[in-house]
Design a protein around this ligand. Structure first.
Ligand SMILES: Cc1cc2nc3c(=O)[nH]c(=O)nc-3n(C[C@H](O)[C@H](O)[C@H](O)COP(=O)(O)OP(=O)(O)OC[C@H]3O[C@@H](n4cnc5c(N)ncnc54)[C@H](O)[C@@H]3O)c2cc1C
Length: 378
């Protein structure tokens, strides 16, 4: 395989630490969490203790002030381990940066250090039962009342939603003003009128909590607004390239891990007096998979380089998100086939990966929306 050139020696040492963290503190519990539909609070606290949460956040707010390559290693190792339960990425790489970039000094001090320690869990609630792709169609209302706002509405499919302690809620403060009428609020889970509905049963990501959230006359002080009135849409648009690249990073690391597993499996399983890998069909399939994974790896690493230079544009990130997540689904299917019946058994990573991968084409903006974005540059 073409050697990767984006990481330094320090990054490689850090990778070993993260790999051990997943092996020792996450994977031994993962099948229980799949049954529970959520991971344990201890896992979050341990990640916090080891300094693995909110790594890009400056030290003064409890983070490590680390460059994005550390975050990327965290994501790659999580995917490599097959640890799809913990919503660390969303918490550390989406929610915390919103607070850092758009929050007031008080908001940063109040939430970021506790998020970095794993004491509180963050979520972001955009999607509603009636609207997902069309974010401008959000119906949740925030109405000013003296020094407060009163929030009414409901959200669904919210990652970390069931365990969340603080949620960035996308609301309309002026429904007539289109995108300029959208505002974000930090809503703590213990506010009166804020209810978590079901922890939703999903096709995959079984250990990941994904919830409905209901807001019934939830009163929050105006100081809980994030980024200013009418600025919500603007804030949501700023980090889209990075948020989408995160999906491509996970997809590529997952493909590499599933390929490794499949090579191993086909070397050890035999039929008709031969190892499965000796059949020409198996070798050709694996040769195709290896080639495609290599192409994905080179493209994603190039996108990472562009991101680090601050030059990754929305369309290229959309290409990475759509193409790698489509490829991930295709490749896992090929690898599952090479496992025969065992590939259909939950105890095999390839079976879980097959179920987990499907949503990659849906969340973070569906792949159809990605093609819309790319086609605008034609
Ligand atoms: C496991 C999981 C976790 C999630 N986590 C979060 C989260 O943490 N926070 C959050 O806010 N949301 C979250 N989501 C929601 C996710 O982002 C949405 O499901 C997604 O954006 C699609 O919205 P939708 O489900 O309403 O589908 P719809 O928008 O109703 O789309 C239905 C179909 O129509 C297509 N379509 C829609 N518009 C167009 C168009 N203009 N052109 C072509 N085709 C189009 C779509 O591509 C799709 O195929 C999560 C979803 C899942 C399943």
């Amino acid at each position: 395989m073409i050697e990767r050139s984006i990481f330094s020696e320090e990054h490689n040492i850090f990778r070993g630490t993260v790999r051990r963290f997943y092996e020792e503190h996450i994977m031994p519990h993962h099948s229980q969490w799949e049954k529970d539909g959520q991971v344990s609070r201890e896992a979050w606290l341990e990640a916090g203790k080891q300094g693995l949460l909110c790594m890009p956040i400056p030290e003064e707010y409890g983070g490590a002030g680390a460059d994005k390559l550390y975050s990327i290693i965290m994501m790659e190792e999580q995917a490599r381990a097959g640890a799809t339960g913990p919503g660390f990425g969303l918490h550390s790489e989406i929610v915390a940066p919103y607070i850092l970039n758009y929050g007031t000094e008080e908001q940063k001090k109040e939430f970021l250090p506790r998020m970095a320690r794993g004491e509180i869990i963050g979520a972001i609630a955009m999607t509603e039962p009636g609207t997902g792709s069309d974010l401008q169609g959000v119906k949740t209302r925030a109405v000013k009342d003296g020094d407060d706002y009163i929030i009414n509405g409901s959200k669904t499919f919210i990652t970390n939603g069931f365990m969340s302690d603080v949620v960035i809620v996308v609301t309309k403060t002026d429904p007539e003003a289109g995108a300029k009428g959208t505002s974000l609020f930090l809503v703590e889970a213990d506010r009166d009128g804020f209810d978590k509905g079901r922890n939703l049963e999903k096709l995959g990501l079984k250990a990941q909590d994904t919830a409905e959230l209901f807001f019934d006359d939830v009163r929050v002080p105006a100081t809980n607004m994030l980024g200013g009135e009418g600025k919500g849409f603007f804030c949501l648009m700023q980090e889209l390239a990075w948020e989408r690249l995160q999906i491509a990073i996970g997809a590529t690391a997952t493909m590499e891990a599933v390929l490794d597993d499949t090579i191993e499996y086909t070397k050890n399983r035999s039929a008709f007096g031969k190892n499965i890998i000796e059949f020409q069909n198996s070798r050709f399939k694996l040769a195709e998979v290896k080639t495609e994974v290599q192409i994905a790896r080179v493209f994603v690493d190039k996108c990472i380089e562009e991101l680090l230079k601050g030059e990754l544009d929305v369309a290229t990130a959309a290409m990475a998100k759509y193409w790698t997540s489509d490829l991930e689904n295709k490749i896992i299917d090929e690898c599952l086939q090479l496992h025969g019946g065992y590939g259909y058994m939950w105890e095999y990573r390839v079976a879980r990966a097959y179920a987990d991968a499907r949503v990659q084409r849906i969340y973070g903006g569906t792949n159809e929306i990605m093609k819309e974005l790319i086609s605008r540059t034609l």
